[in-house]
Design a protein around this ligand. Structure first.
Ligand code: PLP
Length: 460
């Protein structure tokens, strides 16, 4: 059996416990459900769901995808029997309190106690709020982010009608600090987005140097830690990432995605502001949402209105089981992911058939097969990707600037500006034990594509 089911017994116990909380109500006949029909439809849905990569398995080592922790899955499902809405206390008293506790624990992880923050649909919505606040506080000024920042910042800026500019990156995909300084000297910059773990390669922008520039130029520093944020708990980072995470407490706003490394189902992002006074920017008068409670609600500090209380229940339960502390089990899981990335990187680095970009800063590895030209390398990356998938190993491909591959031999013909390479996100703690097996399959896939290539060469 591949899909975990042992925890379902605990779920039924919890559901019964939840039921006792409503025991005082008069009995009622629920609208009838045809069990047979339901079962047929559900089975059909299970069949449809076969058409997915096995995200839960260690041999899925491609994109940023993995199932939530069982406790998150079950707490989410439990809350679905009530379906609370964290838009307002009327819609979800318990889950609003759980959201505040869970978000407070995330803020604590970054060293913030007196802050403003809440959950939202994901990293995109969270960044939208952060840049919306930034735009209100620095009207008419530009938003800067690196060329390797998530593409959402450019699009969000356009939604908010804020001007956006990209800053070049260095050879390790981090924001180029000299380029940033030169751009700041031109003036008109309101906010700098600092990516704490880029989506493509997990590179961490040089936050200490950016903060130094902030004290001179006075922009807002927004940390997009959607992917990398939790690595602040990890004990095995390199010097640059360590230095950056140790200063994250000084930024003005932070975005982190519990649905990426926080073991949550999709639909769980989080935005945090260091200054709780930004809450006044959200002010609105809803004539119908809040009549019964005087306290400040989550709905008053969020751009989204209806939001799943179930997300809060899931996050709360997960952080109860796996607290966000250094050297705890949660932190150790991240450390294993990072060790797995270093192990895979080492294998690719010491194999003549591959060229690596740079040492991973988090748990993402990018590497490419050696060939005579960038187009050949790119074509081969795609062939290896497909051959590995046929053998049950699922990697990803990414298009990256050739400049990130500084180890590429000079003899390689630069006939393209971007290189299609192989990318592996090693998000699961199990990955560390599977690196040898992953490498074995990768070797077999690479051999197979080489055989096909030499055969084609002979014919051609
Ligand atoms: C994933 C990601 C986003 C977008 O977040 P979603 O949760 O996919 O909406 C933004 N920034 C970074 C750095 C990311 O990794």
């Amino acid at each position: 059996m591949q899909l975990e089911q042992e925890t379902l017994a605990a779920f039924l116990d919890a559901l019964k416990k939840l039921d006792t909380g409503f025991a005082g109500l008069p009995a009622f006949d629920a609208h009838a459900i045809d069990q047979k029909q339901l079962s047929e439809v559900l089975t059909a849905a299970a069949e449809r769901l076969h058409d997915n990569y096995p995200y839960f398995h260690p041999l899925y080592a491609g994109q940023m995808l993995k199932p939530p922790h069982p406790v998150a899955r079950l707490a989410y499902a439990l809350a679905m029997w009530i379906n609370p809405n964290n838009h307002a206390l009327d819609g979800g008293r318990a889950t609003s309190a759980m959201e505040k506790e869970a978000v407070g624990q995330i803020a604590s992880m970054f060293g913030w106690e007196n802050f403003l923050g809440h959950l939202c649909g994901g990293g995109t919505m969270a960044n939208l709020e952060a840049l919306w606040v930034a735009g209100q506080l620095r009207p008419g000024k530009k938003i800067l982010a690196s060329t390797q920042a998530h593409y959402t910042h450019n699009r969000i800026s356009s939604v908010l009608q804020l001007e956006f500019e990209s800053v070049p990156v260095d050879s390790e995909a981090r924001m180029d600090i000299d380029a940033l300084r030169r751009r700041l000297e031109h003036g008109d910059v309101g906010t700098v987005v600092v990516t704490m773990g880029t989506t493509a390669t997990g590179s961490v922008d040089p936050l200490p140097e950016i903060l130094e520039l902030r004290s001179k130029f006075g922009f807002r520093a927004h940390a997009d830690a959607a992917y990398g944020g939790y690595f602040t708990l990890s004990d095995n980072l390199g010097a640059n990432a360590n230095a950056a995470f140790s200063r994250i407490t000084e930024v003005d706003s932070i975005v982190i995605d519990p649905h990426k490394h926080g073991l949550q189902p999709y639909g769980c992002g989080c935005v945090l502001f260091r200054d709780p006074n930004v809450g006044t920017l959200y002010k609105h008068n809803s004539p119908y949402t809040y009549f019964s409670s005087a306290e400040l609600h989550l709905g008053e500090i969020s751009l989204e209105c209806s939001r799943p209380g179930a997300s809060a229940a899931a996050l709360w339960a997960t952080q109860k089981l796996l607290p966000l502390v250094k050297r705890g089990e949660f932190a150790q899981r991240l450390e294993r992911s990072r060790s797995a990335a270093l192990a895979l990187y080492k294998k690719a680095r010491s194999d003549d058939r591959f060229v690596t970009a740079f040492a991973p800063e988090l748990d993402i590895v990018v590497f490419a097969p050696q060939a005579a030209s960038i187009s050949e390398i790119s074509a081969q990356s795609r062939s290896i990707f497909a051959a590995a998938a046929q053998r049950g190993l699922h990697l990803a491909v990414a298009d990256l600037p050739v400049t990130l591959f500084s180890l590429l031999p000079h003899s390689v013909r630069r006939d393209r500006e971007t290189i299609t390479c192989l990318r592996s996100v090693l998000m699961k703690p199990e990955h560390l034990d599977w690196i040898d097996r992953i490498w074995e399959i990768l070797m077999s896939a690479t051999d197979a594509t080489h055989v096909i290539r030499s055969a084609t060469n002979t014919i051609g």
